[in-house]
Design a binder for this molecule. Structure first.
Ligand code: GYE
Length: 315
């Protein structure tokens, strides 16, 4: 000491709560909004030092980031896990280091639930069911409830809670409909490019697709391009009924103009809820094991009204 080259931590930093955040990637408009909400919540003005890591869709990168958070002795680790499995070892390391882990958006499947403190996210199974129940009602209204209905599903990335839940919820409602025929469920990776490519392939393969269930808006944007390129129309009076998830601004706009029939909202504005949980923990309060963020469904009938209920979605 005394030589002058030891960087002193500014005194005010001593009071900051250090939060290491491991994010999935930047695959979608939803993800961009989600990242923004985290950055808005964990500001210096709010009393935080945020260390943010973008894992670019690789679980190995998330594990590396978590180990680096542990060695930096952060106060909290916030993890949005790419997939559900494979977390036991690294979360045990965090627990052994005494660092609480808060999950957000997607969740994990671990043998020991005490490896994480809490989770903040969406009810993905309910989102899938909302889509299925809507389709049931819609077909009834159209007098098509006895027709053979051919459905294709563009799924999100494999092993992600959003993919698993939306698939399970929708399939539960589909299996009690004797006339719904799920032709294929394909991996569209939550991206526009892959959604377009897979949709184009499906249109070549099947002449009579009645419904597309696309597990996020980005894939839907790609699917719409492919459908239009094949000379078909979508939405309210179109050839193909389109069901989407996320309800980012551009998705809701397409509901309003009738190209998408329904967009099931997934609320990306989770940063503030995660921050509230940390505040509660700092205050020594008990926290729940799971918190669901508020969400709604957009259809042609309601997409015009009550825009504030979109809960901070941007894009
Ligand atoms: O629906 C999709 C994103 O996990 C809820 O991931 C999230 C999903 C979201 O890339 O657009």
């Amino acid at each position: 000491f005394g030589s002058g080259n030891v960087q002193e931590t500014p005194a005010e930093d001593d009071n900051l709560i250090v939060v290491g955040v491991s994010q999935v990637g930047s695959e979608s408009v939803w993800r961009t909004a989600h990242t923004q909400s985290v950055q808005d919540a964990f500001t210096r003005a709010n009393g935080y030092l945020l260390i943010f890591d973008n894992a670019r869709q690789k679980q190995a990168n998330q594990i590396k980031a978590i180990r680096s958070f542990i060695s930096q002795q952060v106060d909290y680790i916030v993890l949005s896990p790419i997939e559900e499995t494979g977390w036991d070892t690294v979360l045990q390391e965090a627990k052994d280091a005494g660092i609480p882990v808060i999950l957000m958006d997607r969740t994990v499947e671990v043998a020991d639930d005490s490896l994480y403190t809490t989770w903040v996210g969406s009810d993905f199974i309910r989102e899938g069911q909302d889509a299925g129940y809507w389709l049931e009602d819609y077909l009834k209204e159209q007098g098509r409830d006895e027709d053979e209905i051919n459905i294709v599903v563009l799924q999100g990335t494999k092993g992600a809670t959003a993919t698993i839940g939306r698939t399970r919820g929708f399939n539960e409602t589909a299996k009690i409909q004797h006339n719904w025929n799920i032709l294929e469920q394909v991996d569209g990776e939550f991206t526009t490019a892959k959604g377009k490519e897979e949709m184009a392939r499906l249109l070549e393969k099947y002449e009579d697709i009645d419904v597309v269930v696309s597990q996020n808006d980005d894939m839907t944007f790609g699917a719409l391009e492919a459908i239009h390129a094949a000379g078909k129309t979508t939405g309210v009076n179109g050839d193909i009924t389109v069901i989407s998830f996320d309800a980012v601004d551009a998705g809701v706009e397409l509901v309003r103009n009738g190209e998408i029939n329904i967009d099931v909202q997934c609320n990306p504005d989770q940063g503030k809820y995660v921050e509230q949980v940390i505040k509660d923990m700092e205050a020594g309060k008990e926290v729940e094991k799971a918190y669901y963020v508020p969400e709604r469904v957009y259809t042609q009938e309601n997409a015009g009204e009550d825009e504030d209920a979109a809960e901070g979605i941007s894009g």
